[in-house]
Design a binder for this molecule. Structure first.
Ligand code: DUC
Ligand code: ZN
Ligand code: ZN
Length: 463
């Protein structure tokens, strides 16, 4: 057999196994694992390296409308470039319907922004904020039939949230047409009440973002979202879980037989609410929702990654610039925490942080790392086994990691459009040094070697 590319002498890991084998790649797919590879147009020597499925980051925000005067720091070019340097071969951003707009027209425009401008493959989730009769009756069913199998709804953010009746109606359409529903679980009335009280007391600084979005608001909303999904009998994804009380709600609902996918993110392992207290408004760099909690909750989230409570480890990459009046230091945001745009960059640091803090520090093994960062994302969103694994016939989306490299995370070395990283100064061990997208190198020796080869992945496609 002849191959376009052979990866020789590496240690391969999937979500279930680790083994020494050469990988033969032909026509963009894995053609052979182990045995006599025959001839190859090119061979990469992976001695001492781990050969892993490329990361799939199924929760990123790219060029998403963010309210008057506010602009996200990334377009598809910069976000997917950053993703590739971080060892990813696919991202899944959200197409956000703004109230009053057509979901179908919004999707057409959003897809066009990604086309030809992405360095890794892209698959889309939909966000419904305005469940009008035409959206629920025609547009959403048609989009689901076209292959969009995941719809996000918000319980918080005044401009995005839906009430329980609207969420139920949206869930019902998703169930009937075969999509799962992702839910952002925070109780908006609790948050609005606490935020008003904080402002009246003159408590305007970034730290109040965390104190006005307490664990109880997330726990209650998680319970309610699960209850609504139970009533409708729709598969649900609880995204960006930050704490043990919400995890308990998920565990209890699983015992009742619900189909739940649960996700956490690096910020809930590495950051704390106290980070929002940094001086000179620097706390704004850590404003995201739900907010980072404390050491105990970090440990709870680690436990959830270890035990299988969490299926997905995603970045929730949502970058705004810090020193920018369209970002974290916008004029209104400098007056009150309520106007600081929510979200932090993280698509490039997600995998290095979990590799270093998880695998290198012995908290999780390499197959679990692969499951949490690639395989389970592919399974959850209808991409497996084409994506998310190394198997004969799968897309050759592969990251080759050098586990020996130690470095300090600094924004100067990252590639997103923001001007900071919340993980500045964090020491990590391990780096994805070569990344292949459908068999073609996109990153080699820490350099980008391709241009916008990313494809839009239609979710109904099989192998
Ligand atoms: N919270 C969200 O819900 N989405 C993006 C970022 C954030 O902080
Ligand atoms: Zn969210
Ligand atoms: Zn998000």
């Amino acid at each position: 057999m002849s191959h376009d590319l052979v990866i020789a002498n590496g240690t391969v890991a999937t979500a279930s196994d680790m083994f020494s084998a050469d990988i033969g790649i032909r026509d963009g797919r894995v053609a052979q694992i182990g045995g006599d590879m025959g001839s190859a147009a090119r061979t990469i020597d992976a001695t001492g390296r781990y050969v892993l499925p490329g990361g799939i980051d199924s929760h990123v925000h790219i060029a998403q409308p963010s309210g008057p005067g506010i602009e996200m720091a990334d377009d598809f070019d910069s976000a997917t470039r950053s993703a590739a340097f971080g060892g990813n071969t696919m991202v899944m951003p959200f197409c956000l319907q703004e109230r009053g707009d057509s979901l179908a027209a919004t999707f057409r425009d959003y897809r066009a922004q990604a086309e030809g401008r992405s360095h890794v493959d892209v698959g889309f989730h939909l966000i419904v904020t305005d469940p009008t009769p035409s959206v629920l009756g025609q547009e959403l069913p048609a989009l689901i039939e076209e292959g969009h199998r995941s719809v996000k709804v918000f319980m918080t953010y005044e401009a995005l949230r839906m009430d329980d009746a609207e969420i139920l109606a949206t869930m019902d359409v998703a169930r009937r047409h075969g999509a799962k529903v992702l839910v952002h679980c925070e109780n908006e009335d609790v948050i609005a009440f606490l935020a008003r009280r904080a402002e009246q007391a003159g408590d305007m600084a970034p730290r109040a973002h965390a104190t006005t979005r307490p664990v109880a608001a997330e726990r209650e909303a998680t319970h309610r979202a699960l209850t609504l999904a139970e009533v409708v009998d729709v598969p649900i994804v609880i995204v960006h879980v930050s704490n043990g009380a919400a995890m308990e709600e998920i565990a209890r609902a699983r015992m009742r037989g619900l189909d739940i996918t649960a996700e956490t993110c690096p910020q809930y392992l590495m950051l704390e609410g106290e980070d929002l207290s940094r001086e000179n408004w620097e706390g704004a760099k850590f404003v995201c929702s739900p907010p980072p909690r404390n050491r105990t909750e970090q440990e709870n989230c680690w436990r959830g990654l270890q035990t299988g409570l969490f299926d997905l480890f995603s970045s929730d990459h949502c970058p705004f610039r810090y020193a920018d009046d369209k970002g974290k230091r916008n004029p209104k945001g400098l007056r009150s925490f309520r106007h600081i745009p929510n979200g932090i960059p993280g698509v490039e640091t997600r995998l290095p942080i979990l590799f270093s803090e998880g695998v290198m520090k012995g908290r999780i093994d390499l197959p679990r790392f692969v499951a949490l960062t690639a395989t389970n994302h592919a399974r959850a969103y209808g991409l497996y086994p084409r994506k998310g694994t190394i198997a004969v016939g799968s897309d050759a989306d592969i990251a080759i990691w050098d586990p020996g490299i130690r470095r300090t995370i600094q924004h100067a070395d990252l590639h997103d459009g923001s001007d900071y990283t919340p993980y500045e100064g964090l020491e990590v061990q391990g780096r994805p040094e070569t990344v292949l997208l459908r068999g073609r190198p996109i990153i080699e020796d820490g350099q980008m070697v391709s241009k916008c080869q990313g494809a839009i992945v239609e979710r109904h496609e099989g192998l």
